[in-house]
Ligand binder design. Structure first.
Ligand code: HEC
Length: 98
């Protein structure tokens, strides 16, 4: 029984870990100050970004390096120079919130 519990715990960890790691990069780069997985904050939710934007890696690169204006509403997104090194991981994290 103990072995079974351990196997299930390990399986649960393997499933849960990628999501945690994904969201950590969004928190670290302060994206989640303005964005949330499902709720609109200052910026659109990741769910809305996924629904509206087909090419997430390109959209993230553009938004982070140049900022974004006029796609979701009146509030513009300022560029995020500190996040440039993490663009690929950020795109993956945002895509995990479809
Ligand atoms: C100061 C608030 C703020 C911060 C911080 C912020 N965003 Fe945004 N973001 C916005 C707003 C507002 C929009 C909508 C802009 C528009 O309408 O074009 C947006 C839009 C986006 C979009 C959609 C662009 C598109 O073309 O579909 C992406 C992707 C995005 N943000 C990623 C990020 C990432 C990644 C970070 C962290 C590195 C981040 N944002 C940090 C406010 C913010």
């Amino acid at each position: 029984m103990k072995i079974l519990t351990a196997v299930f715990a390990a399986a649960a960890l393997t499933i849960a870990l990628p999501t945690l790691a994904d969201d950590a990069v969004l928190t670290k780069n302060k994206c989640n100050v303005c964005h949330d997985a499902t709720a609109k904050k200052v910026g659109p939710s990741w769910k809305d970004v996924n629904a509206k934007t087909k090419d997430i890696p390109t959209a993230v690169k553009d938004a982070v390096t140049n900022g974004s204006t006029g796609k979701f509403g009146k509030i513009p997104m300022p560029k995020q120079p500190n996040a440039v090194a993490d663009i690929a991981a950020l795109a993956k994290a945002i895509e995990s919130h479809k």
